[in-house]
Design a protein around this ligand. Structure first.
Ligand SMILES: C[S@@+](CC[C@H](N)C(=O)[O-])C[C@H]1O[C@@H](n2cnc3c(N)ncnc32)[C@H](O)[C@@H]1O
Length: 347
């Protein structure tokens, strides 16, 4: 039993290696620029120099007006050293198995080519002894030394291992940090995550849905959502990726236009819960005053001034079948979030 458990954990950990594209990062980050001036940013599940999170912040260090960029590399990272071999001195002859941190407090045009670019970042990492240092442990974001870095940080930005998402968010919340992290939309339905969403301590960022990631060579081919590009790089895509954040964004203040009106025929009540079922976010009626069950994709459009979040079907306190989804005529309905319109249209 224990053996199976640890095998599963190892398999899950291997499936955690998804590398985010620079375009996806900069597309999202452009909406948050105002939050970063004079802030310490931590990328704590990263692979400096290979990760695009690190590259994004190093390249935009001056534009964003950062105070400091900290990035840590986990010792199991399979991409370590792929683009830039770092000199860790005499301490190791196994450069692929090393955990380290990068701390940057300024980025300048070191090579005098008239621009601050990745060549300068490389120069800095290879020549400034204060920038890179080896961690004592394995770089696990839960380790004491990584938590000490978390304490220094104002904003955490990363793509944490999907299998540790709950723990990752719990830790950031415990230390009351701002964050912008990538995750799977399914995480919305985790009891522990939804609680933060309901209490307006966490919400979704801009991009939601399809995203492609580079994956390491050891990933097995799949029938769907998998390809190898002309350079031999393996890719996977997923249709349910989104950003989770607690940084304020304009989108959160935009109202969803509601076009439909309530009718008994189109919006049946659930068998054992006093709410109507709405199958599509675009079908939310404008004039219903009670509770409505809507698909989880609603959160992409959620504005707390327009709607109140009551709960999630399985775990809403007054669900008589707590832990189970709702049904209509005995037929189970897919995951629903329970909401109430704060300003329903009057007849
Ligand atoms: C989904 S990948 C994202 C990598 C990178 N941030 C990116 O998006 O390009 C998750 C990263 O977390 C690292 N990792 C796995 N377990 C970890 C742990 N317990 N603590 C810190 N990092 C971990 C992996 O090595 C991997 O680099």
């Amino acid at each position: 039993m224990a053996k199976n458990g640890s095998l599963t954990a190892a398999k899950d950990a291997k499936q955690d290696e998804f590398y985010t594209q620079l375009d996806d990062i900069s597309f999202e980050l452009k909406h948050y620029r105002q939050h970063f001036r004079d802030k310490v940013v931590l990328c704590n599940c990263d692979d400096p120099y290979e990760s695009n999170f690190f590259k994004y912040f190093a390249l935009n260090f001056n534009l964003l007006g950062l105070k400091k960029l900290i990035a840590t590399c986990y010792d199991g990272s399979p991409v370590l050293g792929n683009e830039l071999l770092l000199d860790f001195g005499e301490t190791t002859n196994e450069p692929k198995k090393i955990a380290y941190k990068v701390e940057i407090t300024e980025v300048q045009d070191y090579n005098n080519d008239g621009a601050v670019n990745l060549a300068d970042v490389k120069y800095l990492m290879q020549n400034d002894r204060n920038v890179i240092s080896i961690l004592k442990g394995n770089g696990d974001f839960r380790s004491k030394e990584c938590i000490d870095l978390l304490k220094q940080a104002d904003i955490v930005v990363t793509n944490p291992p999907f299998s540790l998402f709950r723990e990752f968010i719990a830790l950031i919340m415990q230390y009351k940090k701002h964050f912008l992290v990538l995750g799977n939309q399914n995480a919305i339905t985790y009891k522990e995550i939804f609680k933060y969403i309901r209490d307006n301590e966490l919400w979704l960022g801009y991009k939601s849905g399809d995203m492609s990631f580079r994956v390491p060579d050891y990933f097995e081919p799949r029938e769907t959502r998998y390809w190898v590009d002309e350079s031999g790089q393996k890719w996977r895509s997923m249709g349910n990726i989104c950003w989770f954040t607690n940084l304020d964004i304009q989108k959160r203040h935009e109202e969803l236009d509601l076009f439909k009106c309530y009718s008994v025929e189109e919006y049946p009540f659930y068998d054992t819960y006093n709410a109507i079922n709405v199958n599509k976010v675009s079908d939310i009626p404008c004039n219903f005053e009670g509770i409505m069950g809507v698909p989880i994709t609603f959160l992409d459009k959620y504005n707390p001034e327009q709607f109140e979040l009551i709960g999630i079907d399985r775990y809403v306190e007054d669900n008589p079948n707590y832990g189970k989804r709702f049904s209509i005529g005995g037929k189970e309905i897919y995951a629903r979030i329970l909401i109430r319109n704060k300003k329903p249209q009057k007849p």
